[in-house]
Design a protein around this ligand. Structure first.
Ligand SMILES: [Zn+2]
Length: 389
């Protein structure tokens, strides 16, 4: 299934993917999702916030179901597994259950959440945040991409109705349990399949360093007001202070105005991603770095601890060799975290990543580990929807 979509949004020079939300690559992936659903006789639809659902059974008649899935968008120059592995594995797990003649005692759905990475509009997990009401629809509609197009304009251009964005109680009421399978994004997992214990608290902040544009040659140093220096200090401080606080901090995106090689900039805008096991430590770090800049919090996700009873049950079922699957925390954000915070019983399965590389073209999982992931996911679905496979 991943081979079906391996050319979509791929940069042939680097092998990296660019699958921004609502880009033509994303539209093609959405069509692929709908086609996969139709091929299996699943009932698919797009909710008011742009998330896709494919149901085996009818939750409005039979009550809330078990939902599995992930996302199909990517970070810029991302890998092939982050997101799509969870969606493809969900369809494959259903195929496996049906092949065994399994009849679930409640509906099962495959979900694909829109704009999980936030590559285009800056806020991650836009689809699940809108669905659960933690992202204000007015703020969402006004978010702008690098070309200056707002999410509202982009949705209209794609034939959607931005006026309908916002908390969607009807759709949420169909989600009894959510299980997301995802490629592991570090090297912490030694078994083929693991289970998540918690997601670190994390956020994104926009730093605006203001200065005065002037000539790079004729302006004496004492007459300069150069925001690039303040930015450079912040980058170095982020590293040293993050190590001191035991958290991770990264400036990964920067925009310079007017962006001339021979001029002092007037404005440097940079985005800080910070996360760690302790909320207080992350907050202190951001406060310390804020001196000399205007800082805007673009997103914040509190720590998520997955339901303990559910995760132990999932670990027992997902352990394929008679031992429970290992349970480990993750430093990466996921839609599963947003749903868990909204009170949906949620669990995550991780598939081993031999190099630990993620959000880059080198992201990889061995095919046999991906198959183990599908088998584990199918076992979890069968366990949680009664019957017994
Ligand atoms: Zn992901």
């Amino acid at each position: 299934m991943l081979a079906d979509i391996e050319q979509i949004g791929r940069n042939p020079r680097t092998g990296g993917y660019r699958r921004d939300a609502w880009s033509s690559a994303d539209m093609e992936l959405r069509e692929w999702f709908t086609h996969q659903a139709a091929k299996r006789g699943l009932t698919s639809h797009e909710d008011r916030n742009g998330n896709l659902w494919a149901w085996w059974g009818d939750p409005s008649r039979q009550g809330p179901g078990l939902v599995t899935g992930s996302h199909l968008d990517s970070v810029r120059e991302g890998g092939a597994f982050d997101g799509p592995l969870g969606v493809a594995s969900a369809f494959e797990a259903i195929d496996l259950l049906r092949g065994d003649g399994f009849e679930p005692d409640r509906p099962i759905a495959v979900a694909c959440f829109t704009d999980e990475e936030g590559a285009r509009f800056g806020v991650p997990c836009i689809g699940s945040r809108l669905l659960t009401g933690v992202l204000d629809p007015d703020r969402a509609r006004g978010l702008r991409d690098d070309q200056g197009h707002s999410l509202g304009e982009v949705l209209t251009a794609r034939g959607r109705e931005p006026g309908r964005l916002g908390r969607d109680d009807e759709t949420l009421s169909h989600v009894g349990v959510f299980v997301e399978l995802h490629v592991e994004q570090g090297r912490a997992l030694e078994a083929p399949v693991g289970v998540a214990s918690a997601i670190w608290p994390h956020g994104r902040w926009r730093f605006d360093f203001r200065g005065t544009a002037d000539h790079a040659g004729t302006t004496a140093f004492e007459n300069r007001d150069d925001p690039m220096l303040a930015y450079a200090h912040a980058v170095l401080a982020a590293r040293t202070q993050a190590e001191a606080h035991g958290v991770r901090a990264t400036f990964g995106k920067v925009r310079v105005e007017p962006n001339n090689a021979n001029a002092i900039p007037s404005l440097v805008t940079a985005w800080l991603d910070a996360r760690g096991p302790e909320t207080e430590a992350v907050r202190s770090l951001v406060a310390e770095l804020a001196a000399g800049a205007e800082v805007t919090e673009e997103s914040w996700t509190p720590e998520v601890t997955f339901d303990e009873v559910l995760r132990l049950r999932v670990a027992c079922v997902a352990g394929l060799d008679g031992h429970p699957a290992p349970i480990l925390p993750t430093a990466a954000g996921h839609d599963a975290g947003i749903l868990a915070s909204a009170g949906v019983p949620t669990a995550m399965l991780f598939v081993r990543n031999p190099t630990g590389v993620s959000h880059a073209p080198g992201e990889f999982a061995e095919p046999r580990d991906c198959v183990s992931g599908v088998i584990a996911l199918a076992a979890v679905l069968a366990d949680l929807t009664g019957g017994g496979a």
